[in-house]
Design a protein around this ligand. Structure first.
Ligand code: DX5
Ligand code: ZN
Length: 226
């Protein structure tokens, strides 16, 4: 499956969101990752449907990948769908009725996805893997950007590749947290295809160049994948 870079707009300068998002897309990003935090499920606050709607207006055809780090996600799925989200990902840990929540996302015309925290085993997803567009493996504990990559995510990515193969499924595998030039090779070789990167793209230096370099490193690693 093709490697794609998903710049995480949380790390962009909000006052110049449109410009910075476009620079990241110009550098090869094909998906914009929107981190939604509610101050309850994670100890931080970020954006809501208003910002997603505004991005949608500025970028009518870009994939908007909404990562909901919120409690009671069912209450907000309709609003994110209405705002123009393309993909909506919910945390396994935040959903009492995960199957129903994934159905709800689908019923609103978005692609459903599920996320697991570092402490959550892959096998908790066995019964929903045939319903999801992608599985997002957190490689940091969610809530903050620029954290250190947790290597335990690698074996989870490998397990997902094996399970996908053995069940004949086609969900994609995304990784989020601490993805940068020094870690991207390992995540790609493990089997991740959708690469979320906040700090490594928007942190310092030229956004377009940062995205370009990260994607080039990812594609080079994909060539060495077993
Ligand atoms: C963490 C967020 C991540 C974060 C990634 O809670 O879900 O998407 O923005 O940022 P970096 O790439 O800086 O770790
Ligand atoms: Zn995220």
């Amino acid at each position: 499956m093709a490697i794609e870079l998903a710049p995480a707009i949380r790390a962009a300068l909000v006052a110049r969101l449109d410009e910075e998002a476009k620079a990241a897309l110009d550098g090869g990003g094909t998906v914009l990752h929107c981190d939604v935090m509610d101050g309850h499920f994670v100890p931080n606050l970020t954006i809501g449907p208003l910002v997603v709607a505004s991005l949608r207006k500025a970028l009518p055809s870009t994939i908007l990948d909404c990562h909901l780090m919120i409690e009671n996600p069912n209450d907000f799925i309709p609003a994110f769908a209405e705002a123009g989200a393309t993909w909506i990902a919910v945390h396994q840990e935040a959903c009492v009725h995960l199957h129903r929540t994934l159905q709800l996302i689908e019923s609103h015309g978005c692609k459903p996805a599920v996320v697991i925290n570092p402490a959550t085993p892959v096998h908790t997803l066995d019964e929903v893997l045939d319903m999801v567009h992608h599985v997002l493996v957190m490689s940091v504990n969610p809530g903050f950007g620029a954290q250190k990559f947790i290597p335990g995510a690698l074996h989870k990515i490998k397990t997902l590749v094996e399970v996908r193969e053995s069940l004949g499924l086609s969900f994609r595998i995304e990784v989020d947290g601490g993805v940068a030039l020094d870690t991207v090779g390992d995540v790609v070789r493990a089997g991740a295809e959708l690469l979320v990167a906040g700090n490594a793209v928007f942190g310092k230096g030229d956004i377009r160049e940062n995205a370009k370099k990260l994607l080039a490193a990812a594609r080079a690693a994909a060539l060495t994948r077993a």
